[in-house]
Ligand binder design. Sequence first.
Ligand SMILES: *[C@@H]1O[C@H](CO)[C@@H](O)[C@H](O)[C@H]1NC(C)=O
Ligand SMILES: *[C@@H]1O[C@H](CO)[C@@H](O)[C@H](O)[C@H]1NC(C)=O
Ligand SMILES: *[C@@H]1O[C@H](CO)[C@@H](O)[C@H](O)[C@H]1NC(C)=O
Length: 390
Amino acid sequence: MEISNLRKLILMLLFLSSFQLCKAFGGVVNPLAKLRFDGKNGEFRILQVADMHYGDGKTTPCEDVLPKQMSSCSDLNTTDFIFRMIHAEKPHLIVFTGDNIFGSDATDPVNSMDAAFAPAISSNIPWAAVLGNHDQESTLSREGVMKHIIGMKSTLSQLNPPDVPDIDGFGNYNLEVHGTEGSELTNKSVLNLYFLDSGDYSTVPSIPGYGWIKPSQQFWFQRTSRKLKKTYLHDSNARKAPAPGLAYFHIPLPEYASFDSSNFTGVRQEGISSASINSGFFTTMVESGDVKAAFAGHDHINDFCGKLMDINLCYAGGFGYHAYGKAGWSRRARMVVASLEKTGKGGWGDVKSIKTWKRLDDEHLTTIDTQVLWSKRSAGARRKKPIGHH
Ligand SMILES: *[C@@H]1O[C@H](CO)[C@@H](O)[C@H](O)[C@H]1NC(C)=O
Ligand SMILES: *[C@@H]1O[C@H](CO)[C@@H](O)[C@H](O)[C@H]1NC(C)=O
Ligand SMILES: *[C@@H]1O[C@H](CO)[C@@H](O)[C@H](O)[C@H]1NC(C)=O
């Protein structure tokens, strides 16, 4: 065979095999595909699942359910709840905010993770996970747990940003959500999602208690936020204001203690179990200016959102049945829906509002505490207010 023909044949074979690969992935989420807003209604829907505390599945009993519920309750109820939420809310992304497995009751952490994330995978929904303080308490280290997660189907989770080799923790990354297909923002990230590892426990002898978001992670966040703002405000189809951002991590920041029932929506039924020192991530977010809300788990029977300095600090409330809770107080999940502005030409522009609510795992998946976290109009109005001189 002539060389040129051989070349053609090889190219053809390569083409065919990539075609086969595409077909093999047909119907399955391509992890390289971009997240983008839905062109039909201009929405992007995020389901937050906090503290599944998954153990061994059907042999792992529930905690804090009513005595009459005990005998029929296991991890499988947690699985069932995820499926019900997916069916009811049709999320575009599921975020698992840590304590996904309860390490000390997971005989094989790989099996536990496979079971815990299975509903997202079998529903072909892209998902992202961060670590809590219990995920590494079986036979895998935090690095090992995160390495397993990033290899799972349909996940967009990442081990760490590739250009920051010395960052603290595992599972620090960001995701871009692009404008609708075919719109002028189709190549731009109109909603930025940040995921951070808030650690497990302090390793500094003089500091007791839980872990915190370290300076190396904050530098990465700051740089990423700055880069995203620059692209949004300057490159092609430049916009006037930065795209809104949302941050997800496990352990609440000390600033979650800034509220009482007069200024939050939801409930606080236990203390705020943040780190015992303040590492400054809240300040870093305020300075960056793009993050409109942060979402934590960790304290299962707190489920409020409160606004401090234009940033909403939210809990999801506990989701998992093998996690402590309060008998008779339903397990729950938090939804966030970002909506795009309609443009004059009948297309979609940038994000107009971000709303949230919770769903209870009761008979009708009751929706509670619907609230607007951010809207473009009120942000614009506030910016125009003159600043007084003192
Ligand atoms: C757990 O699931 C079982 C089987 O579907 C069901 O009968 C039971 O009511 C559920 N328990 C709770 C607390 O939801
Ligand atoms: C988006 O990127 C694609 C591929 O680079 C390009 O063909 C298209 O014109 C771009 N669309 C817009 C609106 O910038
Ligand atoms: C919430 O209200 C309490 C007083 O009831 C006040 O001490 C606190 O500073 C308020 N928090 C915020 C963030 O406004």
